[in-house]
Design a protein around this ligand. Sequence first.
Ligand code: BTN
Length: 329
Amino acid sequence: MESTRDRLITLLAENEDRFISGQALSDSLHISRNAVWKHMKDLEKDGYQIEARPRKGYRITAYPETMSSNTIKWGLDTKWIAKTIIHKEKTGSTQTLAHQAALENAPHGTIVIADEQTEGRGRMNRTWHSNKGKGIWLSILLRPEMLPNDASKLTLLAATVLADVLESTVQTRAHIKWPNDILLNQKKIAGILTEMQAEQDRIQYILIGIGLNVNHSKEDLQEDIQSKATSLKIETGQDWPITHLIQELLKSFEKSFDAYMKSGFAPVKEKWESYGFKIGQPIQIKTFKDEWESTFLGISEEGALLTESRTGEAIKLYSAEINWFPENK
Ligand code: BTN
């Protein structure tokens, strides 16, 4: 249930350039004009700048720099995503919190976000460094009507959303390294960790964990990853507004998810391949019994990696150790 304060922020955001009268707010929110005034004072305490004019009403002229569930909601006109926002300044991992929230029946589209993670998790049990205020550390809770086998398609979809947002907001062309590393200039800028709770034929929930390095300078990156990782600031030479990027990410995710549920995976596959790293180029594949060099052909209808066997037939790989840079071997 949305709080009065949330609804007030939504109303003000919808009328961003216009004044909205105290009476209109009081009518819409079913509270007294005095209560409206008190809410405005609270918003000011949180860093919102409010212009109040006699006979005209209220207008928000600036919102706080710091991230909060209110600033994320500010002007976010989504249908179902981020209607519930759990924001923490500091937490172990947003994935862990999101699992808890899911078990307590948090709805489809809930997001969990933190300024800092002390135990951020990456794929394959790796650590994900999540410095305070430098990046987007976000988990999206989904309850899709979908078979567990299709879950990996959502990871690929999330990767295309990240690449799209980097292109539209930052005007920079990202690549996706299969299955879901986002690269800028061949260095990793973002990663996705998908975790799910499912029965054999039914997904209970999926968590799409997204980590995007935004305002790190080189020294902010751990020494062991400095040669392989990067941030938007390192690549573009400027700081980027984190809350705005989160909003763009959420809007774009909702749109792509809805399109996928309606039209299936083919458009996602096409988009993924348009960003695909090293498509048509040699890669080295290692399975538990063999190792060979082959060409990365793209992804299949189910999102598997398409390549050629040692004898030249097209094969699909669902998981394998891949060396993307055989030339450096
Ligand atoms: C990877 O590339 O290995 C995936 C990294 C995923 C990191 C994100 S940050 C938000 C969410 N919480 C976590 O602990 N991990 C994911």
